[in-house]
Write a new protein. Sequence first.
Length: 120
Amino acid sequence: MRKARVACFGAIHEAVEKDGQLQLLDGRIVSQNEVVWLPPVEPRTVFALGLNYSDHANELDFKAPEEPLVFLKGPNTFVGHNAQTRRPKDVTYMHYECELAVIIGKKKPAMSNPKMPMSM
C-alpha cells in the first residue's frame, strides 16, 4: 500500500493508492490528477550534505571538496510529486536532484512485504 499526502477539496488529506486512484482517509475516492501532491512528510529544517559523492561533483564539473558541503533546507524547499520549481531570473543553470531522508530516533515497524515502499 502506497501512502500519500495530498491537497484537495480545500484541505490536506492522507491517502492510499487503490486501483490506480487515491482513497482519502475519509473514504472518498479521487483521481490522481484531481489532487495537488504534497511532500510525503512535513519537514522542519533539514541539514543536508552536498557534493558528497565525487561522481556527482564530476558531473557538475566541480572538484570534489575534502569534506562534504553542509547546508540547510527549510520546510518551503520541499515539493510533492509532479510539482514545478521556478528558476530565478538571474540563474542560468539549475541542477535537479533527489533527496534521500533518514529519520533518526523513530523505529519503523517490521514490514511483511519486502517490496512495499517505506511510508511515513
